[in-house]
Design a protein around this ligand. Sequence first.
Ligand code: HEC
Ligand code: HEC
Ligand code: HEC
Length: 429
Amino acid sequence: MPGKHLTTVVRHFTREKRRRAAAVQNLAELRPLTNSRQRPGVRQPSGALNLALFFCFVLAPGIFAEQTQSALSAPKFLGSQTCSSSSCHGGAGEKSKQYTIWSTHDFHHARPYATLETARSERIADVLKIGNATQSARCTVCHAPFATVPAERLGHDAAVTEGVSCESCHGPAENWIRSHTRPDYTHADRVAAGMRDLHSLYVRANTCVACHQNIDPEIRAEGHPELIFELDGQSVTMPRHWSKDLDSPPIYIWQMGQLVALREMSWELSREKAPSEDLKDRWNGLAWIIQTSSLSENVKIMPEFTPENLRKTQDEADEMARDLGNYGEQQKANAPEWTRKTLLKLAATSAAFREKGVPKQVQARRAELLVLALDRLGGGINAYTNSAANQSLNKLFADAQSLPDFNPTQFANDLNTFHSSVAGFLETK
Ligand code: HEC
Ligand code: HEC
Ligand code: HEC
């Protein structure tokens, strides 16, 4: 039976779980390059999207903003070889191993490009009549971003096969490559020279979400995996090549990820003429978890798919994300307390899964986001060192794995068990 119903969610969840067990240390456990468990090709009427619109959305969050400037004034991408010497980022030491991590363990190195050479990509490209996937901007824009950069803006070492390279995230290096090693340069000086400010959680989330949430419905309909953005968990899986003490508490990263995902999804829904029910269910699930996890009564997200409401939600989610990104030391110090309260609130939501009138598919989408949230937030405050809590969370993951088989009553019962297993720990903290 599972074979029949395998969805990308199954893959995603088992991976999340694997992540939990293996944590960051176990970098060897990456997926094999070809995916044997393909999603059954569910055919839907194809969306009437043209390439221009598609580019607008990928460009919208600003990740490729550089590429829209005139090729003459815009800085060049130099390629990862430029960063790779052992005295720079290709070493073994704590401070110099970024290239080493990226080129040996990161999902973004070579792999996204290699994916475009698989039979699965070939099939998707055939149906879409876009020729070779490695050469179509509809794929390379995320899988091999250098391919969408005009040749005159690529340094001679920059190779399309690098996949998602250093500069795809950190920004084209031409103007900051020399100065960024100066000992008297601060982070702000580097940013002023054109390096992207990934230290800002808001900027970082916008960078990742550009490739990790919305996908052209036409591509999705031909068997592309569904994209689910979860900034905190995905930052761990990537894997991180930056020092932990640099980073924000998980609850900030988690919440930032949810907010920018809601913004992007609202935008996507507002521009699709006939969005799928599935996309609406996902939006509903996301709106639910953001509202439910909020400790403020003021966060109210209306589940209405009118263009006005979607635009309003898009703006509000963006505003909340910007505010969240501006947190200071005082708020950071309160993170454990905020996490504890949020986790308790989320653990006590079993009634939401018994609500009459909420379609089962929406419940399934709520559950999918809820288990990921419980995992990330609880992990941040060591809630799962307790084995009863750990086991009951595993059960919730299993319950939420398959969308078609989701059973809200079962989930509600197991959520109650989970709640009792963590309540003591959380209340006495
Ligand atoms: C230019 C587009 C792009 C950007 C920017 C990007 N990614 Fe990715 N990422 C991809 C693609 C494409 C894959 C799929 C690789 C493959 O073919 O399996 C991927 C794969 C991953 C994976 C493994 C698959 C999964 O979803 O679990 C993780 C984790 C991930 N990215 C995290 C991140 C994070 C965190 C950021 C931001 C710091 C980020 N990515 C930025 C394009 C991008
Ligand atoms: C908006 C960015 C984006 C675009 C555009 C895009 N992809 Fe992807 N693709 C991703 C990400 C991110 C993943 C990883 C998803 C995951 O593992 O959760 C992925 C995964 C895949 C996978 C599955 C890889 C695996 O091993 O599981 C295939 C195949 C694929 N993409 C092919 C294509 C093709 C072909 C195109 C063009 C028709 C395309 N993609 C366009 C972002 C994108
Ligand atoms: C998928 C996006 C992505 C890619 C690809 C990527 N990085 Fe990063 N990098 C990040 C993020 C996010 C941070 C954290 C920034 C922060 O908090 O200041 C970071 C941080 C860093 C840091 C600061 C580390 C520290 O602890 O101070 C260095 C140096 C760095 N990256 C170098 C590289 C190099 C070199 C490559 C290519 C070999 C690369 N990065 C590829 C996203 C990326």
